[in-house]
Design a protein around this ligand. Structure first.
Ligand code: NAD
Length: 478
């Protein structure tokens, strides 16, 4: 357990009280403290970091790293290098993952201490427009504040008819515990969490099936990217059932019996089932109404561009204010809220918030998607560079990728980008900067990217749109 500041037993009065110590909450706390504010940060768990650090982004990436190496080791056969099948010590894998988490949460506790941010460990709830209470292990602590930031996050959606209390029915937190390697694992929900955990368990040796309600995996992502991703995962998984619903799930002694409805009707029994069908905001959990703060029917807290709720001295940030529920959205909102409270002229107004699935291969996109452009009738030009023509991608035997850029046909400014392939999540950052800086096709094409790299596929995709490509035949002008 990481070191946290001593939780006080007496009542407190502060300039800024923050409910929730995830990436949104701790970032807001640190920025507000750096701007000279006295800050109290309330977190129900002993460690700071919220879902992202403790049971989300960070531990999943530690496991995905192991999965990627296992898959890569297998693929080295084409280079004449073969390894014995991996021996997996799950206790050690869990410990290795936890060590990463502990280092980060320990670092946060130290940073909070250096900034004199007062941490109170316990459930916080608003009691009035300027008061909240915290149920700590030592008893109730009342906190009065001038400003409050609600950063209480989100929770996995549970489907009431599913036997969620059975230990064989997992949510993302349970899946990250890797208690065992189930022989047959069903993933309910072909979104980011489901597919990331599928990558982990498939590499560890589970047979995977995925069931998804909609007509494609990763809804919201362009279909050409999803197809390139599917080409890799389809041979690895037993079944991917699209447009299919789980109509019943029963815990039986033999396993979890599941009935499917829709395009793939039938039933099957699995050793474990991961339910990853989205997350819902925790807006109802902090008694926001006591302070007069509006919480909508779904549990979101509406805010303006300054992250202010309908009560001007109370702010909300992160998953609880709306989609996308991503840590990198929360941290930026957090800085805006802290700066507005400190009297700075800040506004949360990004041109885009990138999405990344850290699957194998990774899928990343930002800005306008082709699907959205078509839906909204937005004109665009497109440049697509297939990684089969990238020397670097061939060198690492990963030619399934593609890099796609969308441009405004008039101004040639970048509108959006999508990348599928190893390290897509790292590569997408350049395109986000390009969009924020108003870069155009020529800027990207004329930027000298190092060769041979995967990031040069961004310049090459711009050349495809421009017609100046020489690595391939230029596409015919429309
Ligand atoms: P999601 O919304 O990404 O995906 C859920 C999927 O489940 C959707 O495709 C949906 O169509 C499907 N679905 C819903 N009900 C279903 C049903 N009854 N049967 C079958 N399919 C069903 O949600 P998630 O994967 O649970 O992730 C939750 C949140 O966490 C998201 O906001 C996501 O962006 C975020 N997250 C992000 C990352 C990342 O950035 N790498 C990683 C993990 C989670």
């Amino acid at each position: 357990m990481s070191e946290t500041n001593q939780t006080p037993t007496q009542d407190l009065s502060t300039e800024v009280a923050i409910i929730g110590g995830g990436p949104g909450g701790y970032t807001a706390a640190f920025r507000a403290a750096d701007l000279g504010k006295r800050v109290v940060l309330i977190e129900r768990y002993n460690a700071l970091g919220g879902v992202c650090l403790n049971v989300g982004c960070i531990p999943s990436k530690a496991l995905l790293h192991a999965a990627a190496i296992i898959e890569e080791a297998k693929s080295l056969g084409t280079m004449g290098v073969t390894f014995a099948p991996p021996q997996i010590d799950l206790d050690q894998m869990r410990a290795g993952k936890q060590a990463v988490v502990n280092r980060l949460t320990g670092g946060l506790a130290a940073l909070a201490k250096q900034r004199k941010v007062q941490i109170v460990t316990g459930e916080g709830r608003l009691e009035g427009p300027y008061q909240l209470s915290v149920e700590t292990a030592e008893g109730r602590v009342n906190v009065t504040f001038e400003h409050c930031i609600i950063a209480c996050g989100s929770s996995p959606v549970r489907i009431p008819s599913f036997p969620h209390d059975d230990p064989r029915v997992l949510d993302s937190t349970g899946a990250l515990e890797i208690r065992d390697i189930p022989a047959r694992l069903l993933i309910v929900g072909g979104g980011i969490i489901g597919l990331e955990m599928a990558s982990v368990y498939a590499a560890l040796g589970s047979r995977i099936e995925v069931v998804e309600l909609q007509d494609q995996l990763m809804p919201g992502c362009d279909i050409d990217l999803v197809r390139a991703f599917e080409k890799v995962i389809k041979p690895r998984y037993d079944r991917i059932m699209l447009e299919t619903k789980v109509s019943a799930m029963d815990a039986t002694p033999e396993g979890i019996k599941v009935v499917f409805d829709g395009k793939h009707p039938g039933e099957a029994t699995y050793d474990k089932v991961l339910v990853a069908v989205g997350r819902r905001p925790n807006g109802q959990s902090v008694n926001a109404q006591a302070a007069g703060v509006t919480v909508d029917a779904r549990g979101f807290i509406p805010v303006d561009g300054h992250l202010r709720t309908n009560v001007p001295h109370i702010f909300a940030i992160g998953d609880v204010v709306g989609n996308p529920m991503l840590a990198h959205k929360a941290t930026h909102e957090a800085k805006t809220a802290a700066e507005v409270i400190a009297g700075l002229p800040a506004l949360f107004d990004p041109l885009t918030i990138p999405s990344v699935a850290y699957t194998d291969p990774e899928v990343a996109w930002m800005g306008l998607t082709e699907t959205e452009a078509k839906k909204q009738g937005i004109a665009y030009e497109k440049g697509v560079f297939p990684w089969a023509a990238s020397g670097r991608a061939l060198g690492i035997h990963r030619d399934e990728g593609l890099t796609k850029l969308l441009f405004d046909p008039q101004t040639h400014r970048i509108l959006g980008a999508g990348i599928v392939g190893v390290n897509a999540g790292e590569l997408i950052g350049e395109t986000v900067l390009a969009l924020e800086m108003g870069a155009d096709m020529e800027d990207l094409g004329l930027t000298i990217h190092p060769h041979p790299t995967l990031n040069e596929t961004i310049g090459l995709a711009a050349e495809m749109a421009h017609g100046s490509i020489t690595d391939l035949m230029p596409p015919k002008k429309r």
